[in-house]
Design a binder for this molecule. Structure first.
Ligand SMILES: CC(C)(COP(=O)(O)OP(=O)(O)OC[C@H]1O[C@@H](n2cnc3c(N)ncnc32)[C@H](O)[C@@H]1OP(=O)(O)O)[C@@H](O)C(=O)NCCC(=O)NCCS
Length: 289
């Protein structure tokens, strides 16, 4: 993949996600908002692709057919963890073996890594590819709704974070998922606000978007994780739709907070892991895992 493939890769990703949304769950599938690509989604996808091309050039691949880009896969490698950030084939070309070839290419970038992580949509073709590549499929819970503000507790020991908290975030990552996010924290820090908890009993952090949804959370114990999640939810604007995605049964601490906050649960997709158990307490990022 090269920089000038980004626009076509983004367009085919949008088309593929629209089809997943139409054929699996019409509401709530993470990814681009329904309808034509919004300027915000276009800009975020482009900057994210540039980030991976800069830091993981050997993990970024496209498939060409008839001179057009028809598939894209982007993988990252942080410490000894390999993760799949994007994996899409244009709807007109799906089911013909292009996805298998792309996955082989990006898995080549996992050489030397001990563990692997992927977040899968509900597309049965994706699940088939991931299991055949040796990943264990953990079904995931997706949570959504508006926060019942009367349920918000007073939370202590959580503060706004900044670039000076990079080492703390990396250290919690290493303890919980066995690998730091490193440069990905720089990217996320530029996009979203960071909440940090650093106490005598443990530490953790949460990346929160403008709707109050946690985009990534890691903590050294459940109590700190719950405090961070409540603090994120408290930052959701009145009436905003909040999402907490990609929870396995290992994240009951988050399910309990979500239920107390009046949010609702459903199931969709998988957390796919190789040579590791679901990290906990942990809420992964869809793109940075
Ligand atoms: C997932 C995706 C990238 C795979 O690419 P692809 O080119 O369709 O994949 P392939 O054709 O190589 O493989 C698909 C496999 O599913 C099988 N398959 C096709 N339709 C299927 C269906 N409805 N149910 C189950 N399996 C199906 C195919 O037989 C093939 O398996 P095989 O090679 O062992 O015979 C592509 O389908 C896609 O973009 N899906 C929508 C976006 C998405 O969900 N991406 C994953 C993000 S995590």
């Amino acid at each position: 993949m090269r920089e000038d493939d980004i626009d076509s890769a983004r367009s085919l990703t949008h088309a593929a996600m629209e089809k997943v949304r139409a054929t699996t769950r019409p509401s709530g599938t993470p990814g681009p908002p329904p309808g034509p690509p919004t300027p915000a989604w276009t800009s975020l996808w482009t900057r994210r692709a540039q980030h991976f091309l800069r830091h993981d050039p050997d993990g970024c691949w496209v498939a060409d057919a008839d001179g057009k880009v028809v598939g894209v896969a982007m993988a990252l490698r942080r410490d000894k963890l390999w993760g799949l950030s994007a994996y899409f084939v244009h709807p007109e070309w799906q089911g013909g073996g292009i996805g298998a070839a792309l996955l082989d290419a990006v898995l080549g970038y996992s050489r030397g890594c001990l563990r692997g992580i992927i977040i899968s949509t509900a597309d049965p073709r994706a699940a088939r590819r991931y299991r055949l590549a040796g990943f264990t499929l953990h079904p995931t819970i997706r949570i959504g709704g508006t926060v019942d503000r009367s349920a918000l507790p007073i939370v202590e020991g959580v503060r706004e974070g900044g670039p000076g908290d990079r080492d703390l975030c990396d250290s919690v990552d290493r303890q919980i998922r066995g690998a730091a996010h490193g440069v990905d924290h720089e990217f996320l820090g530029g996009e979203h606000r960071l909440l940090v908890s650093d106490t005598l009993t443990g530490s953790g952090y949460c990346v929160v978007d403008s709707s109050g949804s946690p985009g990534l959370l890691a903590a050294t114990n459940r109590k700190i994780a719950q405090r961070l999640l409540w603090s994120a939810l408290a930052r959701s604007p009145e009436g905003a739709e909040v999402r907490i995605d990609y929870l396995t049964a290992a994240q009951e601490w988050a399910v309990d907070v979500a239920l107390a906050a009046g949010l609702s649960l459903r199931t969709e997709g998988y957390l796919c892991l190789r040579h590791m158990r679901p990290p906990a307490p942990y809420l992964p990022s869809g793109a940075f895992l």
